[in-house]
Design a protein around this ligand. Structure first.
Ligand code: ADP
Ligand code: MG
Length: 449
């Protein structure tokens, strides 16, 4: 999730441009204080400033911050008298003396993805080259572009690389990277008020580059499709670059309006196929260099021969093995690899199988000796919370439901809560042996039954 401090910086600069002068003068008096569990805490140097700001600009601040964050953000104002000492605005005078550097405004991009760390093999060189051409000449060639292919084949990596390349070479360009799921959620949130809907529309219609990941999620979302259709037309007519990804060719999408599908098919459609063994070896070696894993050549060959589904699974296998090796304090042998990766190698085959979220909840509850309804409930008990995080993590790994769908099945939890659980478990799997054991035991219980 993006840093609230960065979001505030962007919001403040947008508000200064858009608010009438009587209101915008207050923005320079507001300071970012902290991110208090998702609440944006802003401070002013006196009670008078605080009250006036709250009265005059609270709604605009909340709307702008939420629009940039892509979800509702609560804003709290406090008084912090030490802020008095801080140098005060005089922004305009400063600008004259020293023109502002072009600062990147594109906070939605994940910097870890670049063309430099993408290995282009036979399966992906056409898509890779097309994406580079787009990044070098946004809005002029291959517009729109659709990258399609199965899970874990590098669609997000290429999409974000386009954004990062443009951000680096054309820092003034406004780029938005979003997923179709976030776009949909943000659109639904915006329907709450006229102000929000207009800020949503202007946010998406004023970009130079729009990158939308996983558009298959739009199936059956009629109103979101309608909104995207108009956004698409506006951007396309103004020669703004649009790049989309999808898990299948457009012709195989169902429940998508013909007029939107026709727009998506315009321009260039490129596909990504699973990499061949040699490309998998090149990717595996690159990932080991990047992450500092030291894995014997024979073991790497074993992994690349057996994990052939996609690059995400390949990465997962490398991480599992290298975490194990560092826990036991010795390099992974071929036997250890065979043992450790047994579950891993069959995981892709069981994805899309009959494992349901309820089965995962049940197995997790049995492992932790608690009731199924504890997992779906709201208890903050440490054991129950951990079991809840683990069942969400396994649901994301073993089923093909989206995070929002998993949230619904977990008693209406929202997408952000679900994402938090997945990230939490991912972050401790390599370091917490008891959590790792729990995940593996529950996973193998599910797979074997
Ligand atoms: P998708 O969006 O198609 O599901 P991702 O782009 O998320 O897949 O890729 C999954 C993981 O595999 C990411 O960590 C990505 O960096 C990595 N990856 C995929 N393809 C390549 C590649 N050709 N070279 C290097 N890394 C890759
Ligand atoms: Mg992706």
């Amino acid at each position: 999730m993006a840093d609230l401090g960065v979001i505030w910086q962007e919001a403040a600069s947008q508000l200064k441009d858009t608010l009438p002068k009587a209101k915008s003068q207050w923005i320079d008096r507001i300071f970012f204080e902290k991110d208090d569990n998702g609440t944006l805490v802003l401070s002013l140097s006196s009670p008078f400033y605080k009250e006036t700001t709250e009265k005059t600009c609270r709604t605009e601040i909340e709307n702008t911050v939420s629009a940039i964050a892509g979800h509702d953000v609560k804003v709290e104002f406090i008084v912090n008298q030490s802020r008095k000492a801080s140098p005060k605005p005089a922004a305009k005078a400063q600008k004259k003396e020293k023109p502002a550097e072009p600062v990147s405004r594109n906070t939605t991009l994940n910097k870890q993805y670049s063309f430099d760390n993408f290995i282009a093999g036979d399966n992906s060189s056409f898509a890779f080259n097309a994406c580079k051409v787009i990044a070098q000449n946004p809005g002029t060639s291959f517009n729109p572009c659709l990258i399609y292919g199965g899970v874990g084949l590098g669609k997000t990596h290429l999409l974000e690389s386009i954004g990062n390349y443009i951000d680096e070479h054309n820092p003034k360009m406004r780029i938005i990277y979003t997923t179709a799921e976030s776009f949909t959620n943000e659109f639904i949130d915006s329907l709450l008020s006229k102000e929000r809907i207009s800020s949503f529309k202007s946010k998406y219609r004023s970009v130079d580059v729009l990158l939308i990941d996983d558009i298959h999620f739009l199936q059956k979302k009629d109103s979101t499709q309608e909104e995207l259709f108009h956004t698409f037309n506006e951007l396309y007519d103004n020669h703004k670059q649009i790049v989309l990804t999808c898990d299948r060719p457009i012709t195989e999408l169902t429940d998508i309006t013909d007029r939107l599908a026709t727009r998506f098919r315009k321009g260039l459609n490129v596909d990504l196929q699973p990499p061949a063994y040699e490309t998998r070896m090149a990717i595996a070696m690159q990932k080991c260099r990047e992450k500092g894993y030291s894995i014997d050549q024979k073991v790497l060959e074993y992994i690349c021969q057996n994990v052939s589904t996609n690059v995400r699974d390949l990465e997962g296998a490398l991480t599992t093995l290298s975490s194990f090796a560092s826990l036991v304090g010795k390099p992974a042998t071929l036997d250890i690899a065979k043992d450790q990766l047994r579950n891993f190698i069959i995981t892709p085959a069981i994805r899309n199988s009959d494992i349901t979220v309820d089965m995962i909840i049940h197995s997790t509850a049995s492992y932790f000796n608690i009731k199924d309804y504890d997992i779906k409930g709201k208890s903050r008990n440490k054991n129950i919370t951990l079991a809840r995080h683990i069942s969400v993590y396994l649901a994301s790994e073993l089923t093909s439901y989206s995070l929002s769908e998993i949230g619904k099945m977990m008693n209406g939890k929202d997408h952000t809560t679900i994402m938090y659980s997945v990230e939490k478990i991912k972050s401790i799997l390599g370091t917490d042996e008891s959590v790792k054991q729990a995940v593996e035991a529950i996973r193998s219980d599910l797979v074997n039954s």
